[in-house]
Design a protein around this ligand. Sequence first.
Ligand code: GAR
Length: 205
Amino acid sequence: MLNRCASLRVAVLVSGGGTNLQAILDARGSVIRHAQIALVVSNNPNAYALERAAKAGVPSLVLNKRELGGQSAFEAALVQALEEHHIDLVVLAGFMTILSEDFTRRYDRRIINVHPSLIPAFCGKGCYGLRVHELALERGVKVTGATVHYVNEIPDGGEIILQKPVEVLPGDTPEVLQRRVMEQAEWILLPKAIELIATNKQKEN
Ligand code: GAR
Protein backbone atom coordinates (compact mmCIF):
# COMPACT_ATOMS: atom_id res chain seq x y z
CA MET A 1 0.00 0.00 0.00
CA LEU A 2 1.45 3.35 -1.01
CA ASN A 3 1.53 6.15 1.55
CA ARG A 4 -0.49 9.29 1.22
CA CYS A 5 2.15 11.49 -0.44
CA ALA A 6 2.65 9.09 -3.42
CA SER A 7 6.42 8.79 -3.08
CA LEU A 8 7.50 5.34 -1.92
CA ARG A 9 8.96 5.59 1.59
CA VAL A 10 12.03 3.41 1.92
CA ALA A 11 13.90 2.12 4.97
CA VAL A 12 17.43 0.85 4.37
CA LEU A 13 18.72 -1.80 6.81
CA VAL A 14 22.49 -2.00 7.19
CA SER A 15 25.18 -3.67 9.30
CA GLY A 16 28.53 -2.36 8.12
CA GLY A 17 30.31 -0.05 5.71
CA GLY A 18 27.20 0.95 3.83
CA THR A 19 28.56 1.44 0.31
CA ASN A 20 25.24 0.19 -1.05
CA LEU A 21 23.43 2.67 1.18
CA GLN A 22 25.70 5.38 -0.27
CA ALA A 23 24.83 4.31 -3.81
CA ILE A 24 21.14 4.62 -2.94
CA LEU A 25 21.62 8.04 -1.33
CA ASP A 26 23.65 9.26 -4.34
CA ALA A 27 20.95 8.06 -6.75
CA ARG A 28 18.29 10.31 -5.21
CA GLY A 29 17.10 12.77 -7.83
CA SER A 30 18.69 10.84 -10.70
CA VAL A 31 17.94 7.09 -10.88
CA ILE A 32 15.62 7.28 -7.87
CA ARG A 33 12.82 9.73 -8.64
CA HIS A 34 9.73 8.17 -7.13
CA ALA A 35 11.02 7.07 -3.72
CA GLN A 36 12.43 8.75 -0.66
CA ILE A 37 14.92 7.31 1.82
CA ALA A 38 13.01 7.90 5.03
CA LEU A 39 14.97 5.81 7.54
CA VAL A 40 18.20 3.88 8.03
CA VAL A 41 18.27 1.06 10.60
CA SER A 42 21.46 -0.64 11.76
CA ASN A 43 21.81 -3.68 14.00
CA ASN A 44 25.39 -2.58 14.65
CA PRO A 45 26.07 0.62 16.60
CA ASN A 46 29.54 0.94 15.00
CA ALA A 47 28.40 0.65 11.39
CA TYR A 48 29.98 3.35 9.21
CA ALA A 49 26.68 3.33 7.32
CA LEU A 50 25.24 5.36 10.21
CA GLU A 51 27.65 8.20 9.43
CA ARG A 52 26.63 8.08 5.80
CA ALA A 53 22.98 8.45 6.85
CA ALA A 54 23.82 11.37 9.15
CA LYS A 55 25.78 13.15 6.40
CA ALA A 56 22.82 12.74 4.07
CA GLY A 57 20.40 14.05 6.70
CA VAL A 58 18.45 10.79 6.85
CA PRO A 59 17.14 9.71 10.29
CA SER A 60 18.72 6.56 11.62
CA LEU A 61 18.17 4.10 14.40
CA VAL A 62 20.30 1.40 16.03
CA LEU A 63 18.51 -1.77 17.08
CA ASN A 64 20.83 -4.10 18.92
CA LYS A 65 19.39 -7.61 19.07
CA ARG A 66 21.29 -8.59 22.20
CA GLU A 67 20.40 -5.47 24.13
CA LEU A 68 16.76 -5.78 23.09
CA GLY A 69 16.68 -9.39 24.32
CA GLY A 70 16.64 -11.49 21.14
CA GLN A 71 15.13 -11.95 17.69
CA SER A 72 11.46 -11.38 18.48
CA ALA A 73 12.08 -8.24 20.56
CA PHE A 74 14.39 -6.98 17.80
CA GLU A 75 11.75 -7.57 15.14
CA ALA A 76 9.00 -6.00 17.29
CA ALA A 77 11.12 -2.85 17.63
CA LEU A 78 11.82 -2.91 13.91
CA VAL A 79 8.12 -3.20 13.04
CA GLN A 80 7.37 -0.30 15.37
CA ALA A 81 10.01 1.90 13.71
CA LEU A 82 8.83 0.97 10.21
CA GLU A 83 5.25 1.81 11.15
CA GLU A 84 6.18 5.08 12.83
CA HIS A 85 8.00 6.17 9.68
CA HIS A 86 5.21 4.92 7.35
CA ILE A 87 7.65 2.72 5.44
CA ASP A 88 6.45 1.10 2.20
CA LEU A 89 9.62 -0.76 1.22
CA VAL A 90 12.44 -2.28 3.28
CA VAL A 91 15.82 -2.54 1.54
CA LEU A 92 18.45 -4.89 2.97
CA ALA A 93 21.79 -3.36 1.97
CA GLY A 94 24.52 -5.41 3.60
CA PHE A 95 22.18 -6.33 6.45
CA MET A 96 23.74 -9.39 8.05
CA THR A 97 20.84 -10.65 10.17
CA ILE A 98 18.32 -13.25 9.07
CA LEU A 99 14.71 -12.14 9.45
CA SER A 100 12.11 -14.59 10.74
CA GLU A 101 9.29 -16.07 8.69
CA ASP A 102 6.83 -14.01 10.79
CA PHE A 103 8.57 -10.84 9.74
CA THR A 104 9.03 -11.73 6.05
CA ARG A 105 5.34 -12.83 5.81
CA ARG A 106 4.21 -9.58 7.37
CA TYR A 107 6.20 -7.61 4.78
CA ASP A 108 5.52 -9.92 1.84
CA ARG A 109 6.97 -8.37 -1.39
CA ARG A 110 7.91 -5.29 0.60
CA ILE A 111 11.48 -6.38 1.44
CA ILE A 112 14.31 -6.57 -1.09
CA ASN A 113 17.93 -7.63 -0.68
CA VAL A 114 21.13 -7.25 -2.66
CA HIS A 115 23.32 -10.35 -2.83
CA PRO A 116 26.83 -10.38 -4.35
CA SER A 117 26.45 -13.36 -6.71
CA LEU A 118 24.23 -14.57 -9.51
CA ILE A 119 21.63 -16.45 -7.45
CA PRO A 120 21.26 -19.48 -7.27
CA ALA A 121 25.07 -19.65 -7.21
CA PHE A 122 26.90 -18.98 -3.94
CA CYS A 123 23.94 -18.05 -1.76
CA GLY A 124 21.88 -19.28 1.16
CA LYS A 125 22.52 -19.63 4.87
CA GLY A 126 26.05 -18.62 5.94
CA CYS A 127 26.94 -17.37 2.47
CA TYR A 128 27.31 -13.61 2.65
CA GLY A 129 29.85 -10.81 2.33
CA LEU A 130 33.41 -11.74 1.39
CA ARG A 131 32.66 -15.48 1.76
CA VAL A 132 30.58 -15.36 -1.42
CA HIS A 133 33.59 -14.18 -3.44
CA GLU A 134 35.93 -16.70 -1.78
CA LEU A 135 33.57 -19.49 -2.88
CA ALA A 136 33.29 -18.10 -6.42
CA LEU A 137 37.10 -18.00 -6.74
CA GLU A 138 37.48 -21.49 -5.21
CA ARG A 139 34.98 -22.86 -7.75
CA GLY A 140 36.80 -21.11 -10.56
CA VAL A 141 33.80 -19.43 -12.16
CA LYS A 142 34.63 -16.98 -14.95
CA VAL A 143 31.52 -14.88 -14.44
CA THR A 144 29.86 -13.85 -11.20
CA GLY A 145 27.67 -10.83 -10.47
CA ALA A 146 24.95 -9.53 -8.20
CA THR A 147 21.24 -10.11 -7.65
CA VAL A 148 18.46 -8.02 -6.19
CA HIS A 149 15.56 -10.16 -5.03
CA TYR A 150 12.47 -10.09 -2.85
CA VAL A 151 13.01 -11.52 0.61
CA ASN A 152 10.96 -14.44 1.84
CA GLU A 153 11.49 -17.05 4.58
CA ILE A 154 14.19 -18.87 2.57
CA PRO A 155 17.61 -17.15 2.76
CA ASP A 156 18.26 -15.68 -0.73
CA GLY A 157 15.24 -17.66 -1.96
CA GLY A 158 12.75 -14.95 -2.96
CA GLU A 159 11.78 -13.88 -6.48
CA ILE A 160 14.62 -12.37 -8.49
CA ILE A 161 14.09 -8.75 -9.57
CA LEU A 162 17.37 -7.81 -11.30
CA GLN A 163 20.72 -9.47 -12.00
CA LYS A 164 23.95 -8.27 -13.58
CA PRO A 165 26.98 -10.35 -14.54
CA VAL A 166 30.55 -9.33 -13.72
CA GLU A 167 33.73 -10.88 -15.12
CA VAL A 168 36.18 -12.71 -12.86
CA LEU A 169 39.75 -11.81 -13.88
CA PRO A 170 42.99 -13.76 -13.48
CA GLY A 171 44.71 -12.94 -10.20
CA ASP A 172 41.51 -11.74 -8.48
CA THR A 173 41.50 -11.88 -4.70
CA PRO A 174 38.16 -12.02 -2.84
CA GLU A 175 38.59 -8.34 -1.94
CA VAL A 176 39.34 -7.26 -5.52
CA LEU A 177 36.41 -9.28 -6.86
CA GLN A 178 34.09 -7.94 -4.15
CA ARG A 179 34.93 -4.37 -5.13
CA ARG A 180 34.37 -5.06 -8.86
CA VAL A 181 31.01 -6.71 -8.16
CA MET A 182 29.98 -3.73 -6.06
CA GLU A 183 31.08 -1.14 -8.62
CA GLN A 184 29.82 -2.90 -11.73
CA ALA A 185 26.67 -4.50 -10.37
CA GLU A 186 25.42 -3.88 -6.81
CA TRP A 187 25.61 -0.09 -6.77
CA ILE A 188 23.80 0.05 -10.11
CA LEU A 189 21.16 -2.61 -9.49
CA LEU A 190 19.94 -1.58 -6.07
CA PRO A 191 18.88 2.02 -6.92
CA LYS A 192 17.36 0.70 -10.18
CA ALA A 193 15.31 -1.91 -8.32
CA ILE A 194 14.00 0.69 -5.86
CA GLU A 195 12.89 2.96 -8.70
CA LEU A 196 11.35 0.03 -10.57
CA ILE A 197 9.26 -0.94 -7.55
CA ALA A 198 8.31 2.69 -6.89
CA THR A 199 7.08 3.28 -10.43
CA ASN A 200 5.24 -0.07 -10.55
CA LYS A 201 3.47 0.81 -7.28
CA GLN A 202 2.44 4.16 -8.73
CA LYS A 203 0.86 2.42 -11.72
CA GLU A 204 -1.10 0.15 -9.33
CA ASN A 205 -2.58 3.15 -7.48
C1 GAR B 1 27.65 -6.22 -0.11
O1 GAR B 1 28.54 -6.83 -1.00
C2 GAR B 1 26.33 -6.96 -0.10
O2 GAR B 1 25.95 -7.45 -1.34
C3 GAR B 1 26.66 -8.07 0.85
O3 GAR B 1 27.44 -7.47 1.86
C4 GAR B 1 28.13 -6.34 1.33
C5 GAR B 1 27.80 -5.12 2.17
O4 GAR B 1 28.54 -4.01 1.77
N1 GAR B 1 25.46 -8.67 1.36
C6 GAR B 1 25.30 -9.98 1.51
O5 GAR B 1 26.18 -10.80 1.32
C7 GAR B 1 23.93 -10.42 2.00
N2 GAR B 1 23.67 -11.78 1.66
P1 GAR B 1 28.11 -2.52 2.13
O6 GAR B 1 27.84 -2.46 3.64
O7 GAR B 1 29.32 -1.71 1.76
O8 GAR B 1 26.89 -2.16 1.33
